[in-house]
Design a protein around this ligand. Structure first.
Ligand SMILES: Nc1nc2c(c(=O)[nH]1)N[C@H]1C(S)=C(S)[C@@H](COP(=O)(O)OP(=O)(O)OC[C@H]3O[C@@H](n4cnc5c(=O)[nH]c(N)nc54)[C@H](O)[C@@H]3O)O[C@H]1N2
Ligand SMILES: Nc1nc2c(c(=O)[nH]1)N[C@H]1C(S)=C(S)[C@@H](COP(=O)(O)OP(=O)(O)OC[C@H]3O[C@@H](n4cnc5c(=O)[nH]c(N)nc54)[C@H](O)[C@@H]3O)O[C@H]1N2
Ligand SMILES: [Mo]
Length: 764
């Protein structure tokens, strides 16, 4: 396949690269300077400082960045945010506006010539906009007209399953609950979400092995852990406040192992931005043992470590494994050990790309310590064997009895700030029957039982014209999903595409016959409804539910809250519903009462969430209870090493985030922690691989991905020699999503395998 390039991809413009030395330490005063520059440029200094003083405070709003939790106890004034949280809020509270006049003077084709960075900098959308069939420009419309267009389209589909309702992970609990209720009353479970591309592999593996799809640790556990393993994650950029937790582990005598193809500086050395005294020294060294695994070599590496643990246990029975725990709580131990004993250690070591000596050192640290936390993110989930990766981590924790106790357990570090809450609220294409039954009882309707489409299936359904309507509750579907040109064809097949958004993005430009943009309030803005000012609630990565209260005057009177938008759509579409949508959206306490009645763990929701700091949801694994798995016990599993083979001239490519982006929102063009400034179209390569190919630093190359005989192309990338294992390469998404084949995805979880793309590289 040689696909043509359309507006779905960002233009192939180079922006003037500068390379610098990779810094030796992360965060510190440079991070504060960078945060303040973004605030000053986007928001203005006075308003900006006011905003930061409310961020992640108990009476303030939840940072719209990542899902890392806030301390349960004291929170310092002006301190509970990080550089990238400040950038996130600068982006949302920007003074720039995308008004109806802007749309009237810029055709869609013209906007598509802008890069994602340039598009985002245009600012916040102020009015609901409509793109009529065949039109070249969006034009202003009214909310009533917009709701009517959606209702008409939905009511003329042959089946409710022809409609797709996507959710990104910033949507509040209240909006998410109302949204899934509307979608189910309409008659489908087509509720794909960003989780399908993110931690779905974690949810699948953890539910099967431990009976709960969420992590088990709390923030306090980091102060008690003897060993923390950080694998497939770059917290220095994506969860900077996690570095303080890791520093806490170190201060209390704990050790840290990092497993990553790249030496990410945040994992190497850290200066606490909240402690100016630390700026003077050389920072806290974070990682004790750094394993530079090959891309997708993790199962091999973990299995090699497990081989050594089994050997050690055999030599000195009872000194490595926790038999009391294994006997009381688990199933499958002997099958697991038999499988490990059959492995060829030398082969595993070679596949992992890590030296035997380092693997022995890791096994030694695991042997010696009993309280172990394992943290991971996209480096593990976005592979064909993503679920296997996480099951293998669980095996280690089960052998050590390192779960369900203080200082130990699972820590899948979530992405979007309320992605975990959205799932708790029922944003899921595969809802459990018990949840549907409680909705039916509370709201007196018949919920659809058959599963809906996840993200990949939704794209395929639109491509085959089995689905004709797309609504995105937040997010940037065209840029976040794999196989850009294929997905663009899918979206263009729709009769109507609708986006509830704060800012303009590429998904508004790749549209169905008709398209709508519905602008909503951001986290930082006051939410006034007919009964008065409202707050929303969110759940962080560790299961704490708390309130979020915006303080700013909304940037335009025409904005609506996501909750009000859902209610407006539902009210216009569902003529026979017995639910009073408008009343529910007028007072969010009423929605929370409904949540309390239908979802376990939300008893006295309205009271408990008003207590500063919020409350913890029940967590069975944390309570050492594994009865919710299919076997009623925690399960050991036997997992396959990667079966991906590359030819002599091929490479593995992982698509990762720079320090200056939030998924598809590009804050700036730098990747400071990797020494790459002012350019995103780069491919990081091993120096020896470059030499073998006769490539020089900054040579211009085309990247070609290979999958089942198909080829996909991405042009104009600059080759950069970097400290990365041989045959491994890294690029930034969304630019290289065009190379990720729609059919290349994780077994079981269906997550796009965007960290294992097979490519060849050609000099241009
Ligand atoms: N500032 C900022 N914060 C964010 C985001 C953002 O874009 N910007 N995004 C949010 C979201 S939605 C998410 S899901 C998280 C993402 O957080 P991360 O998962 O940290 O994000 P990625 O950039 O995808 O980084 C993946 C890391 O895994 C490593 N890796 C890749 N392949 C492999 C592999 O095969 N094995 C191992 N062991 N490691 C591998 C990469 O080198 C990289 O360090 O961050 C959230 N927070
Ligand atoms: N190749 C590759 N692809 C990936 C990944 C990868 O690592 N590699 N990571 C994947 C992951 S982990 C994720 S989570 C997805 C992310 O996928 P998405 O969640 O779909 O993408 P985002 O870029 O986070 O969405 C940004 C848009 O959300 C809108 N927005 C921002 N705040 C709000 C708000 O408060 N309300 C509403 N309604 N809209 C808002 C803005 O218009 C903004 O343009 O991408 C996935 N795609
Ligand atoms: Mo994510």
């Amino acid at each position: 396949m040689t696909q043509k390039k359309t507006n779905a991809q960002a233009p192939e413009k180079l922006t003037g690269i500068q390379l610098t030395k990779v810094p030796e330490v992360s965060v510190g005063p440079t991070a504060i300077k960078s945060a303040l520059t973004h605030i000053k440029n986007e928001v203005g200094m006075i308003k900006g400082i006011g905003l930061l003083s409310k961020m992640n405070q108990k009476d303030g709003f939840d940072c719209p960045g990542c899902a890392w939790p806030d301390p349960d106890e004291k929170r310092a004034f002006l301190a509970e945010y990080c550089e990238n949280g400040a950038k996130a809020i600068a982006e949302e509270a920007t003074k720039n506006r995308v008004s109806p006049l802007f749309f009237a003077t810029h055709a869609i084709d013209e906007l598509a010539q802008l890069s994602d960075y340039e598009l985002g900098k245009k600012g916040r959308i102020t009015h609901p906009m409509l793109l009529k069939e065949g039109a070249t420009h969006y034009e202003e419309t009214t909310w009533d007209k917009a709701f009517e267009i959606i209702a008409t389209e939905l009511n003329q589909l042959d089946s409710p399953d022809e409609a797709i309702f996507y959710t990104s992970g910033r949507t509040s609990n209240e909006a998410a609950y109302l949204y899934q209720l509307f979608v189910r009353q309409y008659g489908t479970n087509n509720l794909p979400d960003c989780s399908n591309m993110c931690h779905e592999s974690s949810g699948a593996a953890l539910s099967e092995t431990l009976g709960i799809g969420k992590g088990s640790v709390t923030l306090e556990d980091f102060n008690h852990a003897e060993l923390v393993i950080v694998i497939g994650q770059n917290p220095g950029t994506n969860h900077p406040r996690m570095l303080s937790a890791l520093e806490g582990t170190k201060k209390n005598g704990g050790k840290i192992i990092s497993i990553n193809p790249l030496k990410e500086v945040g994992l190497v050395n850290f200066k606490d931005p909240q402690n100016p005294f630390s700026w003077l020294g050389s920072g806290t060294s974070i990682t004790d043992l750094y394993l530079q695994v090959k891309i997708n070599g993790d199962v091999a590496l973990l299995k090699a470590i497990l081989c050594l643990l089994v050997l050690k246990e055999k030599e000195n029975p009872g000194t490595v494994f926790d038999y009391d725990f294994i006997e009381e709580h688990t199933l499958g131990y002997s099958d697991f050990v038999n499988d490990i004993e059959k492995q060829n250690l030398e082969e595993l070591i070679a596949l992992s790309g890590v030296s035997k000596q380092q693997i022995e050192a890791a096994a030694e640290l695991i042997t010696k310590n009993k309280k172990i936390i394992i943290c991971w993110a996209m480096g593990l989930t976005q592979h064909k064997n993503g679920v296997d990766n996480i099951r293998e981590l669980v095996n280690i924790l089960l052998l050590k009895g390192s779960i369900g106790k203080k200082g130990a357990g699972t820590c899948p570090v979530r992405g979007h700030s309320n992605v975990q809450g959205d799932r708790t609220m029922g944003i899921w294409e595969k809802p459990p029957i018990s949840f549907l039954e409680s909705l039916e009882k509370e709201f007196k309707f018949q919920a659809p039982r058959h599963h809906g489409y996840d993200v990949v299936e939704a794209i395929e359904a639109m491509h085959q014209k089995k689905a004709k309507f797309f609504l995105g509750m937040g997010g940037n579907f065209i840029s976040a999903t794999p196989d850009t040109e294929f997905t663009a064809e899918a979206l263009r097949n729709c009769n109507l595409t609708v986006h509830v958004s704060t800012k303009i993005n590429r998904s508004h430009l790749i549209h169905g016959k008709q398209a709508l943009i519905l602008p909503c309030l951001g986290r930082s803005e006051k939410d006034m409804q007919t009964t008065g000012e409202q707050f929303v609630t969110v759940e962080n990565s560790m299961g704490v539910v708390s309130k979020s209260n915006g303080h700013l005057t909304p940037l335009s009177e025409a904005l609506k809250s996501e909750t009000a938008i859902v209610a407006g759509i539902a009210n216009a579409t569902l003529k026979n519903s017995t639910t009073n949508w408008i009343e529910l959206a007028s007072n969010y306490d009423l929605i929370r009462d409904k949540i309390e009645n239908t979802i376990p763990g939300f008893e006295n929701y309205n009271d408990r969430v008003r207590i500063p700091g919020g409350f913890y949801l029940p967590n069975s694994a944390r309570a050492n209870d594994y009865s919710k798995t299919e076997t009623g016990k925690a399960n050991f599993t036997c997992n396959q090493i990667s079966d991906i083979k590359i030819e002599k001239d091929q490479f593995l490519m992982m698509t990762i985030r720079t320090h200056d982006q939030y998924n598809t929102t590009i804050y700036g063009l730098h990747d400071r922690y990797r020494g790459i400034l002012n350019e995103r179209r780069v491919v990081l390569m091993n120096e020896n691989d470059m030499e073998e190919m006769n490539l020089k630093k900054l040579d211009l190359v085309t990247l070609i991905s290979h999958f089942e005989g198909e080829k996909r192309y991405a042009h104009k990338f600059l080759a950069i020699p970097y400290d990365i294992p041989r045959k491994c390469t890294a690029t930034y998404f969304p630019e290289t999503n065009v190379l990720v084949p729609i059919k290349s995805k994780a077994r079981i979880s269906n997550t796009p395998a965007s960290k294992t793309v097979i490519i060849t590289i050609e000099k241009e």
